[in-house]
Ligand binder design. Structure first.
Ligand code: ADP
Length: 223
């Protein structure tokens, strides 16, 4: 069994995003301090998270008392009240938190959060919309993961007749696309060390890794 990390998290702002983060962390058996200025929101989480506190994240003394600097990860999921989001981020970073993940409402909000030291910035609605549109436009890409700003790993369904029955050697994937095929899945069976002579079959799922531009080129040619 894979051993899961056990870390402590603070989640500030229990709107839709913050609530979902709390639920996911609890399901993953992590320690969670949940904070919101709204008593009703906090009450909803009292019996769910490790500790739930009513507090104003803009109040420096309260943030100090809650020792926000000592958490492994702090989520700031205040969206609509941008001033509160900015102040909470600033205070949490000043208190020494190492990993502060903030939800931004728009591009300007994200820019400010980045300037004041947010370690990660997410825009859940935009990011999810992009993902859905991407999958809609590229139905052959079953999985897609950007490993960093240059390298991508993708699982692609092959259905271009020009690829079917051809070996990796014949397709010259390394020379033409500069990518590596790391696995081929045929009828549910995975071949983890594909050979240059292995031939692709219709509906094979192939896992490729390479520079994002090369992977995208291969993806569009494979369809
Ligand atoms: P979502 O879109 O994820 O629902 P919202 O911006 O609507 O996000 O919700 C943010 C949450 O943050 C609300 O529950 C709100 O009560 C809380 N909140 C707003 N200001 C503060 C503050 N100064 N301190 C703590 N919590 C706050």
């Amino acid at each position: 069994m894979v051993k899961q990390k056990h870390e402590n998290y603070a989640v500030i702002g229990l709107g839709q995003f913050g609530s979902a983060i709390c639920q996911s962390l609890v399901e993953a058996k992590q320690e969670v301090l949940a904070i919101d200025i709204d008593e009703e929101k906090v009450n909803e989480f009292t019996n769910i998270v490790t500790r739930a506190v009513i507090a104003d994240a803009q109040d420096e003394d309260t943030m100090k008392e809650l020792e926000l600097g000592s958490f492994d990860h702090v989520f700031i999921s205040i969206g609509q009240n941008i001033q509160a989001s900015i102040m909470a981020t600033l205070l949490t970073k000043e208190l020494g938190a190492k990993d502060v993940i903030c939800k931004a409402e728009n591009e300007n909000h994200a820019r400010v959060l980045e300037k004041i030291g947010a370690d990660q910035i997410v825009r859940p609605e935009r990011d999810m919309a992009r993902r859905i549109v991407f999958h809609q436009l590229q139905p052959n890409i079953v999985n897609y993961l950007m490993l960093n700003d240059q390298v991508t790993m993708a699982e692609v369904k092959v259905d271009n007749p020009a690829f079917i029955g051809k070996s990796l050697n014949e397709l010259a994937v390394r020379n033409k696309y500069h990518i590596n095929i790391i696995a081929i899945k045929t009828d549910g069976k995975v071949n983890l060390s594909p050979d240059a002579n292995d031939k692709l079959k219709l509906n094979d799922l192939i896992s490729v890794v390479g520079y994002t531009t090369d992977v995208n080129q291969f993806n569009s040619d494979a369809q």
